[in-house]
Design a protein around this ligand. Structure first.
Ligand code: AVI
Length: 341
């Protein structure tokens, strides 16, 4: 089974309410799955990254079923401040955010997961229509069912879409102005150049609406590094689990015992880097190939860029956004920006 494909897609017509056309599957009236890459293409991408001079794997592969649960656990850690800091900013400033954005016709939640963050804002933002987007509608199905019970007046749609390399929403996301909601500082997982491309695409997808986005800010190195290398080892497990996912998706034979988690703040690049470091010389094999790693050689698995407020405002402006406002916590650790397209 391809874990990146919705199971209904793999059944290829086995489900009575499902209709397939090209690279999309209508799972039910309010669930739409756009197809992912084929397993062979995923394998080729992963093995190409693994055989680069500095081995690199895209961070989206951190999020298999276990990885997603480990990430949820990370957000509960005392050291991982972004989630709770952002939640406090939303709770405190939601009315002024609503005033800055105006009435929200369609709220498009990018990377919605359990949809909790957006749901907390439904009332304040007077949301009429909610479109939850995540890599698989599987993540959205149950959350949307529960939310629909609580908010009967809000029309809801779930879209399964991998927007990590480009953001192009289907027409079903709504014809009128859209407010794109991108919390959690996920924008930090893009390089600044890729973030600009993403924000330009987001600007086009707003259809003249607006953007509400969370951004993690530069702060003391020890605080940043503790957030990405917690004493309980949850972030280490999250990072090392990538190797299990690689073994599944690319047929490699990584042995977890040979690898350790490394995370540090690269100040000149203004980013936390996560790597997997070989504890000893080791050879990783797969059908038709192998890669030899020297002791202490690394696989680069994630960047998490930290921004200065003024630099992020400039990035939004370069992407075409205007009338920006932002809200911060008292320590200046995290910012939420609202901007018009
Ligand atoms: C999803 N993303 C914003 C997280 C971050 O902070 O960059 C992913 C993460 N990686 C390690 N801990 C959390």
């Amino acid at each position: 089974m391809n874990p990146l494909l919705h199971p209904d897609q793999e059944r290829a017509g086995g489900c009575p309410e499902e209709s397939r056309s090209g690279r999309r599957a209508v799972i039910s009236p309010n669930l739409l799955q756009l197809a992912h890459d084929e397993p062979a293409a995923i394998r080729a991408e992963l093995l190409a990254g693994l055989t680069e001079p500095t081995a690199t794997i895209a961070p989206k592969y951190l999020y298999d079923a276990l990885g997603s649960r480990l990430f949820a656990a990370i957000t509960e850690l005392p050291e991982y401040y972004p989630t709770r800091t952002e939640a406090a900013i939303f709770a405190e400033h939601q009315d002024s955010m609503a005033a800055a954005l105006g009435p929200v016709q369609t709220l498009v939640d990018l990377g919605a997961g359990n949809c909790e963050k957006a749901a907390r804002l439904f009332a304040a933002l007077r949301v009429q229509r909610y479109v939850a987007v995540d890599i698989s509608v599987d993540y959205l199905r149950e959350s949307l069912q529960n939310l629909q019970q609580q908010y009967r007046a809000i029309e809801m749609l779930g879209i399964g879409l991998d927007f990590s390399s480009s953001l192009h929403l289907p027409a079903e996301a709504g014809a009128g102005p859209r407010t794109l909601f991108y919390p959690g500082s996920s924008i930090g997982n893009f390089t600044p150049a890729a973030a600009l491309t993403f924000l330009r695409q987001a600007h086009a997808e707003c259809h003249g609406g607006s953007l509400l986005i969370g951004v993690d800010l530069i702060k003391e190195t020890d605080i940043l590094e503790a957030a990405y290398d917690d004493p309980l080892g949850v972030t280490a497990a999250f990072n090392r689990n990538l190797l299990l996912n690689l073994n599944r998706l690319a047929g490699t034979d990584f042995d977890l015992a040979d690898w350790r988690h490394v995370a540090f703040f690269n100040a000149p690049e203004s980013r936390i880097e996560m790597h997997l470091e070989a504890l000893r010389a080791t050879t990783v094999r797969w059908a038709g190939g192998e890669r030899r790693f020297a002791a202490a050689e690394r696989i680069h698995t994630e960047n998490s860029y930290k921004w200065r407020r003024e630099d992020f405002a400039a990035l939004l402006a370069a992407a075409g956004f205007s009338a920006m406002r932002h809200w911060c916590d008292a320590r200046g650790w995290f910012a939420v920006f609202a901007a018009h397209a």
